[in-house]
Write a protein that binds this ligand. Structure first.
Ligand code: FAD
Length: 108
């Protein structure tokens, strides 16, 4: 399998890109799909300890996936990514700017 860092960069690119193309007004079927996807992604993610931590993060009573709109999903995911950034001693990302990074491009 790829190393944890390469896998991580690709994994986050996929997840943030899914948020960036998620509907602004998702149907209940679309919301249910993204919840299932996140749960299965965490279970199948080929860094097992990473996936287990992600599953715990999403568990009820903690921070369940927020699927009500593109901005909700993108912000939730940004916060989840920040949790991992903190754990690894990386810089925390400003979640007000998730869409600039992953959808619209940086404003200057
Ligand atoms: P990455 O963290 O991969 O980020 C890629 C790019 O995303 C950054 O360059 C930045 O532009 C942008 N970005 C950064 N933070 C945010 C944010 N909060 N919101 C939006 N965009 C952002 N590694 C471990 O060693 N242990 C773990 O337990 C672990 N768990 C992981 C769980 C998941 C679900 C995933 C997908 C990855 C996990 N990783 C884990 C990998 C780790 O998060 C990094 O991907 C890896 O260390 C490479 O880091 P990086 O510095 O290249 O940037």
């Amino acid at each position: 399998p790829p190393d944890v860092e390469t896998l991580g960069r690709s994994g986050w690119t996929l997840l943030h890109s899914i948020a960036a193309t998620y509907p602004t007004q998702p149907t209940s079927a679309e919301q249910s799909d993204v919840r299932s996807f996140m749960r299965l992604f965490a279970r199948l993610y080929p860094c097992w300890t990473c996936g287990e931590d992600f599953t715990r993060y999403m568990a009820s009573g903690n921070k369940p996936v927020r699927t009500g709109s593109r901005d909700e999903l993108g912000t939730w995911l940004c916060e989840a990514h920040n949790e991992v950034n903190r754990k690894l001693g990386k810089e925390v990302f400003d979640c007000a700017r998730w869409e600039e990074r992953w959808r619209t491009g940086w404003k200057d």
